[in-house]
Design a protein around this ligand. Structure first.
Ligand code: 3H9
Length: 692
């Protein structure tokens, strides 16, 4: 017999003999919104007091178990009952309670399941506490109950990485009691009936102290130290370690109270606000203007890649890592061989570091086949050219692809700067053509700019978006312009950097201001690493110059690879200041009549980051990016903009756009540039912020 327990039907109960099956139905991911918590609370009270109910099974409708608290409720007053109260109620029920888990039990969802006496999982289920990725920690007892069930070391790994574990691993770790074999709910109901028949008392997770008592505290402290060393200025991972340590050292209720205090600190922090913004930004990015939800992706079973160099090889690895077959094409056998060997070597390094098994390496290599014959591309569903960044070369390659690709195959160019519409003209099917701008190393970097040409078909965009997500990339659809979103803004960021040197900052001053801000490295470190010759070649092609960088290149100083660039690299890696460069810069400044002065870190940030934000605003005004959050995703995932600051546009809004406009005005005046003209987007947005 089934009955609805709430007016909205988000929680319903079915009685199977003495077992009450409580089903939560709150699509799409059964988040624990108030509209679920309230009826669930009332239902549990009723079943607790119902003499005919001998056991309770908690399960979910739809594609997944509860994916967590409702993130959209954070930052607003929490309506009672809160999740902690709900779990306390559940945990105190003296009848056996069983969570029946399918899909993903995440965050508050897993915490609710930890409030049950038992957990039964579907074999394909995943369980985890991903709060750290939102700049949070599990705030409903997860940091205290998980260590009790799986031991503090395992719990620390799960909580500080945020990565879910598979059901089999959860079984081994003691997180679930059994895996379903005949059907999840039926098995969970049978399990609950057996437990009820066996009789209590049933031990709540809070009372299981054996794994806590047995914890190796020295090892725990060592792991905590390692997590803190890798926290990169983020507070959440550190707070997670504090909470797990509390779970070991403090009595249960004290540890719970300490967890709560940490959660409140984090949920109101700028870092967590930024990370929550990025969570929703990733989901928003999947929505493309003019593309209806009903548009279906084309199936992609095999990807062809032209060019087995660093970029092509990296892209091939990205697909093989995602389980997709790849045909790699090179012009000559030797180049193909070199490319395949480089891939094999990269995988071998992962094996030697322990991050990849031999079997997984073999499986990935087996997905890669190499050839020098374009005809082998005939069965590919997507073909990406990743050859030299030159319009004529790319056009020739694309025309050759066009001749062999079957109808419906998507043809893509991996270009960083070139005009995608001009490239589309070299194929006979521009509707099947798009840009796919990967970032190097393409097997590691998460960002993918999907460049929408004027004729790109909606289903091509949908296909590339879902394909990218399936291989773990963060895709963002962008429009056609020189450098798209990321590289165009990067150019703006670097425009004043040489001027800063001439005015008195050293490369190390600039780089330090960047790393203090939270960037992984500064512009000079980045250029030295990438090779100064690359931007030199680009400048020459565009008829542009850079006073200092050109001088370095003219002397064959291309950065780390030649041992000298903006820095000296005596050992090939460690950057040392170069006195000769300092003299050269001072001489150039003198020649230009620039008097040296002390440049503050604040000025360095204002003269690099503010122009970048300004360029972002122009990109929005022109519709090259659809929304601010898309720009933020590009910068966080492709260029190392600090995660805890949420991306340049988010950071700019927090900082106050009108202040940024004032400072851009100021620097334009100070450095003798034309009067600063804010974009229409900046004007409108600052006006809107002022009114608010
Ligand atoms: C927490 O639990 C705190 C507690 O410890 C303490 C509390 C006191 N809330 O990702 P998808 C939306 S913190 C609200 O595309 P998938 C999402 O925005 C939480 N909304 O699906 C999207 O909306 P739209 C800890 C949520 O199948 C739609 O659902 N939990 C939430 O690719 C579909 O999402 C997490 O961090 C949420 N919790 O992946 C888990 N989750 O369609 C977060 C999703 O309008 N969620 N939405 O764009 C996920 O990791 C993935 O959504 C999941 C499904 C793997 C579940």
């Amino acid at each position: 017999m089934a009955e609805a327990a709430s007016s909205e039907n988000k929680v319903s109960v079915e009685h199977r003999g003495g077992v009450a099956i409580v089903t939560i139905d709150n699509p799409p991911v059964n988040a624990l919104s108030f509209s679920v918590r309230k009826p669930l609370h009332d239902t549990l009270v009723r079943l607790r007091d119902d003499a005919a109910t001998a056991a309770i099974v908690l399960t979910c409708a739809g594609r997944t178990f509860i994916a967590g608290a409702d993130i959209t409720e954070f930052g607003k007053p929490m309506q009672d009952p809160d999740l902690r109260a709900l779990i306390a109620l559940l945990e105190a029920i003296e009848k056996p309670t069983v969570a029946a888990i399918h899909g993903t039990a995440l965050g508050g969802g897993l915490e609710l399941a930890l409030g049950c006496h038992f957990r039964v999982a579907d074999k394909a289920a995943k369980l985890g506490l991903p709060e750290v990725k939102l700049g949070l920690l599990p705030g409903a007892g997860g940091t205290v109950r998980l260590p009790a069930l799986v031991g503090p070391l395992k719990a620390l790994d799960m909580i500080t990485s945020g990565a879910p574990i598979a059901a089999t691993e959860a079984l081994e770790a003691g997180l679930v009691d059994t895996l379903a074999t005949d059907g999840l709910v039926a098995d969970a109901a049978a399990f609950a009936a057996v437990k009820a028949a066996e009789g209590g008392p049933f031990v709540a997770v809070r009372s299981r102290r054996d794994k806590i008592a047995a914890a190796d505290r020295e090892q725990l402290e060592a792991r905590i130290k390692a997590v803190i060393a890798k926290a990169k200025g983020l507070r959440a991972p550190v707070a997670c370690t504090e909470a797990v340590r509390n779970a070991v050292l403090l009595p249960f209720d004290e540890a719970l109270a300490a967890e709560r205090a940490l959660f409140v600190e984090l949920v109101t922090s700028d870092q967590s606000r930024a990370q929550r913004h990025l969570f929703f930004a990733e989901r928003e990015a999947a929505k493309v203007a003019g593309v209806d939800k009903s548009v279906k992706p084309r199936p992609i079973h095999r990807v062809g890649i032209i060019g087995a160099g660093t970029m092509g090889g990296g892209i091939a690895m990205a697909f093989a890592n995602g389980g997709i077959a790849v045909t790699l094409v090179e012009a000559a056998h030797e180049a193909l061989q070199r490319g395949l060997e480089r891939i094999e070597k990269n995988y071998a390094i992962s094996v030697s570091r322990g991050s990849l098994s031999d079997a997984a390496k073999a499986a990935r290599m087996a997905l890669l086949s190499g050839t020098t014959d374009y005809a082998a591309l005939a069965d590919c569903d997507l073909i990406i050219e990743a050859v030299f960044e030159d319009m004529a070369v790319k056009k020739e390659v694309l025309a050759s692809i066009d001749k062999v690709a079957k109808p419906g195959t998507i043809i893509a160019t991996n270009t960083s700067y070139l005009d995608v519409n001009a490239l589309a003209a070299s194929v006979s099917r521009p509707q099947d053509f798009a840009g796919m701008h990967f970032f190097s190393p393409a097997n590691i970097m998460k960002l993918l700019e999907i460049v929408r040409g004027k004729d790109t078909a909606p289903d091509v965009l949908v296909t590339l978006l879902s394909l990218a997500r399936s291989i773990g990339k963060v895709p963002v659809v962008v429009g056609v312009c020189h450098g798209f979103v990321g590289n165009r803004m990067l150019t703006a960021r670097g425009a004043d950097v040489e001027a800063l040197l001439l005015e008195g900052a050293s490369p190390a001053d600039v780089d330090k201001a960047f790393t203090d801000f939270g960037w992984p490295m500064g512009p000079f470190q980045m250029w030295d690493l990438a090779g100064l010759d690359i931007s030199w070649r680009n400048r020459k092609a565009l008829g542009k110059t850079a006073l200092i960088a050109d001088w370095l290149c003219e002397q064959g100083r291309f950065g780390q690879k030649t041992g000298r660039g903006f820095y000296l690299y005596a050992d090939g890696r460690t950057a040392q200041p170069d006195p000769e460069l300092a003299i050269h810069i001072a001489n150039e400044a003198k020649r230009l009549g620039i008097a040296p002065r002390v440049i503050s870190a604040e000025e360095i940030i204002e003269r690099t980051l503010y122009p970048l934000i300004n360029e972002g605003s122009r990109i929005l005004e022109e519709g090259i990016a659809a929304r601010e959050s898309d720009v933020d995703l590009v910068w966080v995932n492709g260029y190392g903009f600090p995660l805890g600051k949420g991306g340049p546009m988010f950071w700019a809004r927090q900082k106050g756009l009108s202040g940024i406009v004032d400072r851009l005005n100021h620097w334009h005046q100070q450095t003798g540039k034309d009067v600063f003209k804010p974009s229409e987007w900046l004007k409108a947005t600052t006006a809107e912020q002022t009114v608010r």
